[in-house]
Ligand binder design. Sequence first.
Ligand SMILES: Cc1cc2nc3c(=O)[nH]c(=O)nc-3n(C[C@H](O)[C@H](O)[C@H](O)COP(=O)(O)OP(=O)(O)OC[C@H]3O[C@@H](n4cnc5c(N)ncnc54)[C@H](O)[C@@H]3O)c2cc1C
Length: 477
Amino acid sequence: MNKVYDVGIIGGGVSGVLVALQLAELGIEHVLLEQKESVVNGPPFCHLHVGGNLYPDISDEQCRILMKQSIEMARLFPQSIDERPTLITVPKTENYQVDQIESRLNMLVEFYKKLIKEDPSNAILGAPNDYYKAYSLEDLEALSKLPSIKRPTSPDEWMTNAIKLIDYNQLKMPLFLVQEYGWNFFRLGAQAQLALNRTDKCTLQLNTEVENVKDVRNQDLGYNWELITKDKTYKVNYLVNSCGFSTGKFDECLHLDVERLIEFKAAYVSQWKPIPGLIPELVFHGKRGTQHGMGQLTPYRDDYYQIHGMTEDITLFDKGVVKAKANCAQPEFDEDIKRKLNYGWDDKEINDRTGKAIDYIAKFIPSFSSATVGGPPLYGAQQIPGSDLSLRVGEVSFPTQFYARSEIVKASSALTVANHIIDNMVEENIILSTPEIFNTNNLLDSISKNDIDKLAEKTVEQRGYPKALARLVIARE
Ligand SMILES: Cc1cc2nc3c(=O)[nH]c(=O)nc-3n(C[C@H](O)[C@H](O)[C@H](O)COP(=O)(O)OP(=O)(O)OC[C@H]3O[C@@H](n4cnc5c(N)ncnc54)[C@H](O)[C@@H]3O)c2cc1C
């Protein structure tokens, strides 16, 4: 009889790897089955979403949760965090009120203070009173006359560089510079994969697609589930389904109905030579799905910039959101989206959509019209539990005994969800107990920056992106 694992995890995205890393820390033997050639290979993530500043429509409670979860993840994966601020603006054409944005930022300052009081190591965003700074028209006019700074360190220096590029007459005042950082998913994946390779508690099986799951809980076999792949059947006691937008496939195998949406989205890679100095991320708010959806320019290293435009011509897609049906827990995209997901994009599509993304940003940053296509888009599908498309804090559910279904919407929720799953394993007697505070990971801490640099670069190249995407804009030691 072959081996029985305490836990079997299907899917090595950020959610699955966090469960694996926490189990390894506890000394629990498990198998992690990932169909692709490396972990964290699903939809991209590039913002930490500390405080949810990109989403004016979500509740204050979701903003607080995102802040707490983002700080926890940033503490685990410091080598993937790009410490450059984000400029939040509202065009005059939009209904959003800047004073509402400011009152939310003030709420977040108070919440951040509370998090630091609970644990001083949470102060990863700097001093709470510097969490954001508001800039009036007079401030901007004064800053625009100053010379640009190669490597800005203060909010005013970042703003001095940014304001030279932006047509700020189109924007409501004030503008807000917020300590909302970038998040490099190639580097997070590299650190996680190196850490999992270092532990004998995790059997990491890459290039291994699970085709079926068999429930044998009532058959007295000494294990509960069979995870069936082309070559082998894995026997496990506890099943974690962390397949991202494909979790429904195994809900169907287990005859579980569920309400869920899945959404396909893309961000575009461009190259541009602006002023000789770093700029913050730039956000121009707008109503999602309209012709004025949010525009967002994210700086990478070596003059690469990523673009989001929340319109159907750019980041969103016609029929890009699909819903689960009764007896059909796995929603299906149309053939065009399935082709992109499975085989990538053709050059014409890349050029068309990246071109539209560049034009969109150039409305606010006129010199951005000189940007060119920098590589293939970063794209993928994510799941949203329930039916509310604006939900940003997904969670986890335990629809039946010894089965956890991860339902994260944003990567920042991965540690929280992993720890909930582990609590459930304790309730189910798979694990005896856990430490009271469980938000550190020695395995991750043992991985060097040099090794992360090397593996991140290799993965970026394997996936066909420019090498610069493997590095932080502001390197950390
Ligand atoms: C364009 C875009 C931008 C985004 N930007 C951000 C952002 O800035 N910040 C943020 O926090 N979040 C962002 N997100 C959301 C984020 O990408 C997701 O929340 C996150 O990746 C979900 O992680 P996951 O582990 O649940 O799923 P996934 O990352 O999808 O991982 C699931 C894994 O399961 C594997 N798998 C599936 N089926 C099988 C099978 N049968 N056998 C074996 N393996 C299988 C897949 O290959 C995959 O690796 C973005 C999403 C998109 C689409």
